[in-house]
Every structure is written in structure tokens, then in C-alpha cells.
Design a protein around this ligand. Structure first.
Ligand code: SF4
Ligand code: SF4
Length: 341
């Protein structure tokens, strides 16, 4: 594992980080084993969030004994100062630490959110105060909006920016990454597997490693998953023409409109399992219609509850036409069910 400068902070962290969403579904014991395996294999960068249920607590339970050797990043979705300050204190308590290395404003994709954060009494005031008090070392921001991520990177306000990057969504390499390098802003790359759309880990990391100057934060849910990815980092990176063709084929198959399973659209007020419904065609092509129609039934059977109210579309950072896509996916699912009956 290599350790690279985290922007201009003066701190170096492991080139591969640990994205701590998947440990939500693990027990404390399983999460502990997974986190410790990553640490033992050289990972020092751990990224979580107030919104990731008990993820912060699991990190605290597993890694507090090595606190001085790791770089802890967390986030708040709150935009106002008082609640953001509460979140900082809560994160400290949950992670059993007295300082957060990187505190990020979570998923800031709209100007209106940014105005609240940066305005008087906003979350930025709380973060700056916490930094003065020694509770936070650095302040960062995360977004699924490329124009916003570029704006934040150029603002001079942040030590890091977090944005999706994988071979399906590679736009960050064009402007965001060079700008971040110029400004000394560290880039955390979320969604190294395209939110589940990329199944081939070797291919995913060949691409990520062929672009320097960013820190991928794959999610891990077992010690084996940690080993699978981190072992890739032990060999020199070679991207062949065959690999490039395979990446292009996967990208073509998915097209531009695909669900990244970020779940920002949830909950649906009418009980639709939106991500489950949105990924059905991908599942069906990967698994076979026979297997997928049974596997996906619990999610797909909620799709007819959609009233097309449109609430989810206001929350999807990729502006997907969710009700329209769900309808098409349900037709496909119904066809698969009929063919199997
Ligand atoms: S449009 Fe459909 S899926 Fe979206 S929130 Fe409304 S009912 Fe739920
Ligand atoms: S529909 Fe949009 S918001 Fe919902 S999980 Fe998919 S990408 Fe995320």
C-alpha cells in the first residue's frame, strides 16, 4: 500500500480508503473483523457519515485503539449551524475520539443547500468553530453534481472534495481532478463500482489506478472483500486494450441513465422499493430472467404502488425519470414472470 499526500493538508493517507456504508448491514463483530483486516492490510483512510446508521459506532468500537494511526472522515447532511454542531459532537462520541480528521458537508448538490451551509448561522460556521476548538482538523464537501464539485474545489474553502469516479462515470478526470491538483484539494472517489453496476473488481480498479491523484473509497462488507480489492494494489497496474474494450462494452450496455443505488430517493411515501425496481434490467441481464424474477420479486412487487407523485425525482442526484423507468422495468419483470409461469 502506498501513502500519498492528502491534498495540501500535510498528511499522507493510504491510496485506497474504506467506504463504511456496507458495514451498516454487518454485526459489530463482523464489522470489526472487516475494519481490522483493512487496517492490517495498510488502510488508514476511513470514510463514514452521521447518516450511515451505526457505521460510526462500529468504527469507534473497532479502531479506537489505533486512533493515532488512522485518518477518520465523516459527514453531516445538516445545513444549519446548531444541528451540524450537534452532529460533530455525536460523531466524536460514536467514534470514541476527541478529533475528526475530515469533516464533510454531505451531498451538497443544490445551490439552495450551499446557501444555507455558507450563510449566517449555517453549518460552515459550526465547522469553523469546531476546527478552532480542535474537534476537526480539516473541512471537506461531497457532491454528486459535477458543476457544484468544481465550484467547491475552486473556492479555497475545502481541503477535500468527494465525487463519483469509475469507468462508467469518468467525467471528473476532465476538469475536477486537474483543478483539485492545482488547488491542493484532495479528491475522494466514491462509487468505484458505479454503485453496483460494475461487477468486475479487477477491471474497476485497473481503471481507478490508471488515474492518479485521487483516493477511491470502496465499500467493504467482509474481510474477504477487503483482501480481494487490496491485493489488486500489490501488483503493478497494467491496462490492456482488451480491458479498455471490456470497460467500453459495459459502459455501452448501461447507457447514461442508470441507477447508482445511492438511495437518496428513499423513502417513497407509497412504499415503493425504488432502487430495487430501478436496477431490475441490470440484474436480469447479469443473473438470467429466471433467477432475477424470483430474486427481485420483493422489490418489484412494490412497483405498482407508484402513484407517479414525483417526490423521488426531486431527490435523485442523477435526475433520473424514476416513475417512467420503474414502469418500463415492471413491464420487463411482468414479461419474465409470464414467461416462467
Ligand atoms: S414517483 Fe412513485 S416511486 Fe417516486 S416517490 Fe412517488 S410513488 Fe414513490
Ligand atoms: S433512483 Fe437516483 S436517487 Fe434513487 S437510488 Fe437510483 S440513483 Fe440514487
Amino acid at each position: 500500500m502506498r501513502y500519498l499526500p492528502f491534498g495540501s493538508t500535510g498528511v499522507s493517507v493510504s491510496e485506497a480508503g474504506f467506504g463504511a456504508i456496507p458495514i451498516i448491514r454487518l454485526s459489530f463483530a463482523e464489522a470489526g473483523k472487516t475494519l481490522k483486516r483493512a487496517f492490517d492490510m495498510g488502510v488508514t483512510l476511513f470514510d463514514t457519515a452521521n447518516a450511515y446508521h451505526d457505521s460510526e459506532e462500529k468504527i469507534g468500537a473497532a479502531l479506537s485503539s489505533v486512533r493515532d494511526k488512522i485518518f477518520l472522515a465523516t459527514k453531516t447532511m445538516k445545513r444549519d449551524g446548531p444541528t451540524a454542531a450537534e452532529h460533530i459532537d455525536l460523531s466524536l462520541k460514536r467514534m470514541r475520539t476527541d478529533y475528526i480528521d475530515l469533516f464533510q458537508f454531505h451531498q451538497v448538490a443544490k445551490e439552495s443547500d450551499w446557501e444555507k451551509i455558507a450563510g449566517p448561522g449555517g453549518a460552515m460556521d459550526a465547522a469553523l468553530k469546531a476546527r478552532d476548538q480542535g474537534k476537526i482538523r480539516f473541512i471537506g464537501i461531497t457532491s454528486h453534481s459535477l458543476p457544484m464539485a468544481i465550484k467547491f474545489t475552486g473556492s479555497g474553502l475545502f481541503s477535500s472534495v468527494q465525487f463519483p469516479f469509475n469507468f462508467i462515470e469518468a467525467a471528473a478526470a476532465e476538469e475536477l481532478h486537474p483543478l483539485a491538483k492545482e488547488k491542493g484539494v484532495a479528491v475522494l472517489s466514491m462509487k468505484p463500482f458505479g454503485g453496483g453496476a460494475i461487477a468486475d473488481a479487477d477491471l474497476a480498479f485497473k481503471f481507478l489506478r490508471s488515474h492518479g491523484g485521487h483516493f477511491p473509497i470502496p465499500g467493504f462488507d467482509s474481510p474477504e472483500s477487503v483482501e480481494q480489492i487490496l491485493k489488486i494494489y500489490e501488483s503493478p497496474n497494467v491496462v490492456t486494450d482488451e480491458d479498455r474494450a471490456a470497460m467500453a462494452a459495459i459502459k455501452d450496455e448501461l447507457g447514461g441513465q442508470f441507477c447508482r443505488r445511492c438511495e437518496y430517493c428513499m423513502p417513497c411515501p407509497f412504499g415503493v422499493n425504488i432502487p430495487g425496481g430501478m436496477i431490475y434490467p441490470l440484474q436480469a441481464s447479469r443473473m438470467s430472467p429466471e433467477v432475477s424474477r424470483n430474486f427481485a420479486a420483493p422489490a418489484m412487487d412494490t412497483v405498482p404502488q407508484c402513484t407517479e407523485c414525483g417526490v423521488c425525482m426531486t431527490k435523485c442526484p442523477y435526475t433520473l425519470p424514476i416513475p417512467e423507468m420503474l414502469k418500463k422495468h415492471y413491464e420487463l419483470y411482468a414479461g419474465h414472470k409470464e414467461a416462467g409461469s
